[in-house]
Design a protein around this ligand. Structure first.
Ligand SMILES: [Zn+2]
Ligand SMILES: [Zn+2]
Length: 263
């Protein structure tokens, strides 16, 4: 079992040390884990999402020695943001890691985690803009290997129907998935929304469409920010991927995808 989206106290919004997250992964029966620490420049509110690379490397290496049975990879979750595209690319070049999840966290300059965006814009405006930005950043940014949590806004949407639905955005989603396939970028299946939304991000219809279009690079991640979330719902999600037709998910080593057979 594998979990390729785990945060630790190297991320500004997580308090749990690398060691304890690794221990939780081992206890959950995981064999392969990817840590994905936040870099988001220019966020309007909340903590400063930068990474202390020296501290990250030190904690990671120390933990790797303690858990030799766990295959650990050092990754980054970098905000997809055209304003900071060159700065983020330079940071990642200066500090090589195993994989980079590119995640869109801001819509109209707001993090949908906070209430203000939902008060200032209609749901339709927010979802339209999220989809437009997802496509624009997936095309224009080149510093990521994996597109993170497509449909992220649904996690915080205060309305009943939360999911970013394939039916509603079929053309734009198709364009986005084709862009990822052409560019050799992976698609993440994120289980972190499952406590708030009825499906993974993206929803199953989008994952199925990715398969139909010939997509072969998938990662699975819990987006854990605390120990009990490590590996959450990964087993069921892998079963679901298998029933769509996928035989492999991806791990990454030095930014190169490796296929791992779904058990
Ligand atoms: Zn994220
Ligand atoms: Zn995350």
């Amino acid at each position: 079992m594998i979990d390729y989206h785990i945060h630790t106290n190297i991320s500004a919004d997580c308090k749990v040390p690398v060691r304890l997250m690794a221990q939780a992964a081992r206890d959950a029966g995981l064999k392969e884990v990817g840590f994905s620490e936040h870099i988001d420049l220019g966020v309007p509110v909340g903590p400063d999402f930068t990474v202390d690379f020296a501290a990250y490397e030190a904690a990671f290496e120390q933990t790797r020695r303690e858990f030799p049975e766990l295959n650990m990879r050092r990754g980054i979750e970098a905000g997809l943001d055209l304003r900071y595209k060159d700065e983020i690319a330079a940071l990642l070049n200066a500090h090589p890691c195993d994989f980079v999840i590119g995640s869109l966290h801001l819509v109209f300059g707001h993090d949908p985690y906070y209430k203000d965006i939902w008060q200032q814009y209609s749901k339709r405006e927010i979802y339209d803009e999220y989809m437009r930005l997802s496509l624009e950043t997936a095309r224009s940014c080149d510093y990521y290997d994996i597109l993170g949590h497509l449909g992220y806004i649904g996690k915080f949407c205060p309305f009943e129907d939360k999911m970013l639905r394939y039916d509603e955005y079929a053309d734009a989603v198709d364009e986005l998935l084709k862009t990822l396939i052409e560019r050799g970028k992976a698609l993440e299946v994120n289980t972190g929304g499952l406590c708030m939304t009825p499906s993974t991000m993206p929803e199953t219809a989008i994952i199925r469409r990715y398969y139909e279009l010939g997509g072969e690079l998938l990662t699975v991640g819990s987006d854990a920010h605390y120990e009990s979330a490590v590996g959450h719902a990964v087993a069921e999600t892998l079963d679901g991927l298998k029933s769509i037709g996928f035989r492999y998910v991806c791990a990454f080593d030095s930014r190169k995808p490796q296929h791992i057979k779904i058990p």
